[in-house]
Design a protein around this ligand. Structure first.
Ligand code: EPS
Length: 392
């Protein structure tokens, strides 16, 4: 069974992940992970922290000579900023002059985290609630991407909205979005016309001491029919994709395919017409976002996630002190103005994890060769239509 865990505080010594259930023989190098970690660190609107960090993975276990061993893969990323926080974050003793964080930030984990865990210092909550944790999601996602690439599956993503500014580029099948353009863009947008307006919107929010959210779109191409299942509610792939994307910090809504827009249309305008083509089953459109009945239908999987503006504001909102209950302004510490471009990379990673898990559920084996054999045998049957041939 595939599963993973992450650990680590934002200003602690470092971040960890353990991935279990990967087959042996997946080619894997630190560079494969580092390239994704570097992408996550980019994006117009990040704060000062990204100048300090240069996230790089170290494989602690499970990889030898450039290949996975089939044993748990342990990954570690150091927090360079740790040296500046040793007195505050020390495991044995926190320096006496350390100020407690008690001015609750509306929209943050501060209040429920402090009440639930009984902390009188919100730092005990915010350090783990921090989106710094997404570093390890991206690392785990990068490992999953190398497995998916072995099976001909590629993932991409881009920003489709920042604040009030929408991109004209929307994914509609392979070749419909200029991924290279999005990759070069400081706001990870494929539509050059909206780029300047997005940057300006971030600048204006920054000047006002405020923050900005937006929408990301992620897509996976090269998928077989039949990942996920209709037979149990918790095996439906769209449900898992929604869960994984929703688990990203600041995400408040997820849609697969046309999502909310489909609710305003008639059925005849929503459902994708089925066709039998030279490669097998296909669909004339992809409004379903590649998933029907909780299973992939062979079309690209497409999902969007809405990120709220982050909750640490330089011009803080009115709030209450956790301990004194006095009316105060919320706590502020160094933070980002807009994380939507980085959200794309995290969204891709979570989609990669969901798809790798589904691929291993269906085609799982102890070695990559075994997974490939299972996969290729199934795909060959799909090309013939996928059902048992009629008896002679
Ligand atoms: C970070 C994400 C944000 C940054 C953090 C690094 O985390 P949070 O969700 O806590 O706002 O603010 O950087 C800092 C905490 C800092 O010291 O600047 C990330 O994605 O790496």
């Amino acid at each position: 069974m595939f599963r993973f865990l992450t650990a680590g505080e934002s200003h602690g010594k470092g971040l960890l992940a353990i991935i279990e259930g990967l087959p042996a023989g997946i080619p894997l190098r630190a560079e494969d992970v580092d390239v994704q970690l570097a992408r996550r660190q980019q994006g117009y609107g990040r704060g000062g922290r990204m100048q300090i960090e240069k996230d790089q993975v170290e494989f602690v276990s499970g990889v030898r000579g450039g290949y996975t061993l089939g044993s748990p893969v342990g990954l570690a990323v150091q927090n360079r900023d740790w040296v500046n926080w040793t007195k505050i974050m020390d495991a044995a003793e926190v320096a006496e002059d350390t100020k407690r964080v008690t001015r609750l930030r509306p929209g943050h984990a501060d209040l429920p985290g402090a009440v639930k865990y009984g902390h009188a210092d919100v730092r005990n909550v915010l350090e783990r609630a921090s989106a710094r944790e997404t570093t390890m999601r991206v690392a785990v996602g990068a490992v999953c991407r190398t497995l998916l690439a072995q099976l001909g599956i590629a993932l991409h993503g881009h920003v489709v909205r920042i604040g009030a500014v929408a991109s004209a580029a929307v994914y509609d099948g392979p070749g419909s979005v200029d991924w290279e353009r999005a990759e070069q863009s400081p706001v990870r947008v494929a539509d050059p016309a909206s780029e300047a307006a997005m940057i300006q919107a971030i600048e204006e929010a920054k000047e006002a001491g405020d923050t900005l959210g937006g929408i990301i779109e992620v897509a996976a191409e090269g998928l077989p029919i039949g990942l996920g299942s209709h037979v149990h509610w918790d095996r439906r792939l769209d449900a898992r994709i929604a869960w994984y994307l929703m688990s990203i910090h600041t995400v408040k809504a997820v849609e697969v395919g046309d999502g909310f827009a489909g609710a305003a249309r008639r059925g005849s305008q929503v459902h994708d017409i089925i066709a039998w083509g030279p490669e097998g089953w296909e669909h004339r459109t992809n409004r379903a976002g590649g998933v029907v009945g909780g299973m992939t239908n062979g079309a690209p999987v497409v999902a969007r996630a809405a990120l709220k503006p982050i909750s640490t504001l330089r011009e803080p909102l009115p709030s209450v002190d956790l301990v004194t209950k006095e009316e105060v302004r919320a706590h502020y510490e160094r933070s980002d103005v807009c994380v939507v471009p980085a959200g794309v990379v995290i969204g891709e990673a979570m989609l990669a994890i969901a798809l790798a898990e589904a691929m291993l559920e269906k085609f799982g084996g102890d070695s990559l060769a075994e997974v490939k054999r299972n996969y290729e045998g199934y795909v060959a049957t799909c090309r013939l239509g996928g059902v048992a041939l009629p008896r002679e």
